[in-house]
Design a protein around this ligand. Sequence first.
Ligand code: NAD
Ligand code: TYD
Length: 379
Amino acid sequence: MSMKNIVITGGAGFIGSHVVRLFVNKYPEYHIINLDKLTYAGNLANLKDIENAPNYEFVKMDICDFDAFYKLMQDKKVDGIIHLAAESHVDRSIKDPFTFARTNVMGTLSLLQAAKLYWESLPEKYEGKRFYHISTDEVYGALELTHPEGIEPPFTTTASSAEHHLAYGDKFFLETTKYNPHSPYSASKASSDHFVRAFHDTYGMPVVVTNCSNNYGPYQFPEKLIPLFINNIRHRMPLPVYGKGENVRDWLYVVDHARAIDLIFHKGKIADTYNIGGFNEWKNIDIIKVLINTVDRLLGRKEGEDMDLITYVTDRAGHDLRYAIDSSKLQRELGWEPSLQFEEGIEKTVRWYLDNQEWLDNVTSGDYQKYYDNMYKDR
Ligand code: NAD
Ligand code: TYD
């Protein structure tokens, strides 16, 4: 591909920062523009190691600002967009759905329309251009616990054992699964996915969409389960487990998501969709026990001594029971597979948070305490 100037939106966030780092280091011939509004979830400290790279530039911008983005497309002669900027936390979407509709739906539409106007004004039009939209498995709704009789998660399976599960009547999200979002977050992501596909079908824009499972790893804002609980275990604060802790999520190490994004941005088929996931399902309560054991061990405490921090609290409204993604198409067609086993990934992750207390202190200063009190006070 002859692309050169690539905008990565949401590059100061959790997944975005890993994508920016990968692209800046791997593609010195690209000019990488990290476009981010720096909301509570965006933090330039996530990119300290590459901030002075000659092929990297940061632009503070709201993706809803159509005029500013249209001008940036022209000024920087943008060929490719990898769109990660979003409001991303389900609990926040339950309290404030408008912000999610604004950023995730209107913001995505604004980028699409600006890209369309600019690319259509060029002699080559859409030739060599790409709009890559990053979405979530949550748009597919929720699955039942239909695992084969007697088999309980964790399932650290493979694409071929997914076939085995399917043969026993288990269900996974496929690329063809009908959208059925339940939370304001997933509804806003579903809507943005539809707009992206509509820009292909209506105007011929070269788009690609991926739907990924839950990510974990360094630089995740401590409102999400894994970093929040690591931080609370360290400080011996209660661990607010929603409902009975029976919900199942499918976890992927964030660097493996970034690797998949790189591959799909360059080799994915235009107008196609790829599911990304690690065949790695865990019940929340099981993962929480792994976190407690790991933090305790790494801090030199007696392994498991902090189990009494587990505190069952009121369930999340509309809490999706199970997410499980079948990513075998990506494996089959583009040869991607996760590089890390979960045990290795979670050990690295816990170590990172314990070694980077300063980063945690930094992102939890400001409004964080207010957020925490407000989110957990009625549970
Ligand atoms: P995040 O909340 O950590 O980061 C979001 C980033 O977007 C932040 O840097 C924030 O400042 C920026 N942003 C928010 N609103 C903006 C606006 N109006 N204009 C410009 N920038 C804005 O999110 P994340 O977990 O890194 O997720 C990134 C993307 O991946 C999202 O689109 C999300 O839906 C998707 N996704 C996330 C997961 C996951 O497990 N975290 C899984 C699948 C898909
Ligand atoms: P989260 O990290 O918010 O991701 P998502 O809701 O997008 O899957 O939550 C992961 C799971 O952990 C989910 O089932 C909700 C549960 N959870 C808790 O039990 N307690 C908490 O404090 C949080 C933040 C999440």
